[in-house]
Design a protein around this ligand. Structure first.
Ligand code: ZN
Length: 274
């Protein structure tokens, strides 16, 4: 069974870890690296003929339309990561509606393709903001991949279902992948954990997941994770810097191993939206 390969397309200065030291007003003066890094990921996927889902910021689509067009021209699925990378949990309903609506329109205008998938920045759906699904339905989305059913200091709905489920609004939520062990859900979907642990841990977890579950696994990463030479952001906390810069030089090699050892497709392919 193929698993879902996903990329959250944002630049190194737009991440939640640096939101307290870099304001969106400063984004335009930062040296952008998202184009080059996303193209590098597409090269790596092309070597293995893998199609992925790119959850792209509207902000990126506005500034780098040719990158967004290349994503669809190479046969990948284009999906939405919102416009300005604001946590859903920090927005009013109107702010969230504008953010996800603008992103969908920007991405569709630039690509000429319908956008049906959404991933919230920092997995920021929780039990207090379940109205987000009504808004996604109003704006014409079909699925979301925004819930991480784990205990974490910044995100997660620990007791959410671990596989795809329908919400009352009609949007399907496809949660990030976990391994259920010792009565706990362990996060195994990639991101920082992929950089923290040796590759063998990822491979072991995915093998175990395949044995235990009958639904596809989801891997997620970011373009800045294959860019060890990115400018260092000053002023962030030691924890934020540790999480962001850890093992960046190892990601490309680990990703190639991951692409070889398992079968991959886009969310649309794997979950039948194509
Ligand atoms: Zn993000």
């Amino acid at each position: 069974m193929p698993h879902a390969m996903t990329v959250d397309v944002e630049d190194y200065f737009q991440v939640g870890a640096f939101e307290k030291v870099i304001s969106p007003r400063d984004w335009d003066i930062m040296p952008a690296r998202v184009e080059k890094n996303t193209r590098r990921l597409m090269e790596i996927f092309a070597e293995k003929e893998i199609k992925a889902t790119f959850f792209c910021l509207g902000w990126v689509a506005e500034r780098f339309p040719s990158l967004v067009r290349q994503i669809v021209e190479e046969g990948h699925e284009l999906a939405s990561h919102g416009t300005m990378h604001q946590r859903a949990s920090a927005q009013t309903r109107d702010e969230f509606k504008n953010d996800v609506g603008d992103a969908k329109r920007l991405l569709e205008d630039v690509s000429g393709k319908a956008v049906i998938g959404y991933r919230a920045p920092s997995f920021s759906f929780n039990k207090e903001n379940l109205w987000v699904y009504d808004v996604l339905a109003e704006e014409g989305y079909k699925y979301s991949s925004s819930v991480y059913p784990v205990v974490h200091d910044h995100y997660g709905i620990p007791d959410a279902p671990r596989s795809r489920y329908a919400t009352e609004a009609g949007i399907e939520e496809i949660p990030l992948s976990t391994l259920n062990m010792f009565g706990k859900n362990l996060p195994i979907s990639g991101g920082g954990y992929f950089r923290l642990y040796p590759y063998g841990v990822t491979r072991w977890s995915l093998n175990k997941f395949e044995k235990n579950e009958s639904f596809p696994y989801i891997f997620y990463m970011h373009p800045w994770e294959v860019d060890p030479d990115q400018p260092r952001v000053e002023g962030a906390s030691a924890t934020s810097k540790f999480r962001h810069y850890l093992n960046l030089s190892k990601v490309e090699g680990r990703l190639k191993s991951l692409l070889c050892d398992f079968q991959w497709g886009s969310m649309a392919e794997v979950y039948g939206y194509a």
